[in-house]
Design a protein around this ligand. Sequence first.
Ligand code: HEM
Length: 415
Amino acid sequence: MNVDVSFLDSKNWIESDMRERSQWLREHDPVHWSEKDDLWIISRYEDVASISKNQDLFTSAHGVRAGNGAKLGLIDEGEPRHGVLRGLINRGFSPRMVGKLEKDFREITTHAIDTIAKDGECDFVSSIAVPLPLRLIAALMGIPQADYEQLREWSDDMIGAEGHMDDMEIVAKGGAAYVAYGRYVTTIIEDRRKNPQDDLISILAGAKDEGLLKTFDETESLGEVTPADHLSEGNLDLHNDELIKLLVTLMIAGNETTRNGISGGMQLLIENPESRQQLIDDPSLIGGAVEEMVRLSSPVQSFSRTVVEDTELRGQKLEAGQRVFMLYPSANRDENEFEDAEVFKVERNPHHMGFGLGSHFCMGANLARMEMRVTFEEVLRRLPDMEYSAGGPVITPSSLVRTVSEMRVKYTPEA
Ligand code: HEM
C-alpha cells in the first residue's frame, strides 16, 4: 500500500484508497511521519482520543487545518478565550432554543419530503440532505429564508477551497464567497443591533457591543496562507472581525458536516436493508443508529494540532512545533476499538470520534443528532423502500469533509 501521499491534498482522498491506506497505517505505522506534508499522521482511535483530550500538549491554538494558516476562530482558539467564546455561543443553544428548533426542523423536513414524495425518484443530496441543515443553521442564526440559496452557494465555495491551495481559481472563489458572506452578515448584524430578535446573530451582536468580541490585528489574523489571500484592503476589516469569523465557522461547521451525515446515514440504510427494517420495526433505535451512522460515515475527515513540547507517542519522538494530523474516519473504524468495526450495527450505539473529544468537542452535536434523527424518522416513515436508481453515491474527494455530491434514489411514490 502506498502511504507516501499528501494527506493534505484533497485529490488523494479517494475513499477506497484512503480506507486501505488508513488500515495499513493503523496496523503497521500508527504514528506515521509524512514527508510530503511535514507532519505526523495519527490513525488509531486511542491516539486520536488522547491527543484530542490533551490541549496542554497538543494545542488547537495554532490552527486545526494544517496547510491552511488562516485563523478561523473558536475551533482554533486557546484557553481562556476559547471558553469565553463557547459560553457566548452556548447562549444560542439553550434547551428552549433547541426544543423550538426541533419543531421547526420537522416542518422543514416534512416540506422537503412533500416536494419529492410523489415523484418516485430524486437526488437525495440536493433534495433532502443539502436543504435541511442549511435551513436549520440559517434559522438558528436568524437569516431570512429568501437568502438560503445564496447562503448554500457561499458555503459550498468556501468549503470547496479546502485542500486545493494549489488551484488559484478555486481558492479565489472561496475567498470571494467569504467576502460576500461577510458583507451580507454585516447588514444582518446592523439590523439586529437596532431590532434584536430571538436568534444567534442578535446574541453575538450584543456580545460584540459589550466588548466581548474583538477586532484582530490584521497581521495576526492573516496567518501564512488564507483562502482570502486576494482580499483587497477594503475587505480586511471583514477578515479581522471576530464576530464575522464566528458566523463563518458556525455556518460551515453546522451545514457541510450535518448534510454529509444525513447522506452518509442514508447510504448506510440503503446498503444495509436488514438494519433499515430493524429501524422501521422499532423507531426507538434511531437515536443509537444515528451514533453508528456518524461513526461509520465520519463526516469530518481530519483536524490537526500542534505539539507544545517534545514528547513521545508509540516510540516516535514528536518535537515541539510539529503538527499531528488526526484521521477521524480511521479512528472510527479502528478494529482495536470496535468489534466488527466495518459493520453497520443499528443496536451498537457506540462512543466514537465523529464529533471529536475534549474541550473542542462539537458544540452542535446535539443539534446534529436531532437533525439526523428527525430526518430518518420521517424518511423511514414515508419513503421506507428507498434504493439507488443509478450506481450509488458520488463522492467528491476532500481532506476536510466527506462530501457526497450526488445520490440518485427511487422509491414507491406517495399516493
Ligand atoms: C454530523 C454533524 C457534525 C459533525 C460530524 C461535527 C464534527 C465536529 C468535530 C469533529 C469537531 C471537533 C473539532 C476539533 O476537535 O478540533 C467539531 C467542532 C465544532 N462543531 Fe461540529 N460537527 C457536526 C455538526 C455541527 C453543527 C450542527 C454545529 C453548529 C450548529 C457544529 C458546530 C461546531 C463548532 C462550533 C465546533 C467547534 C467547537 C470548539 O472548538 O470548541 N457542528 N464538530
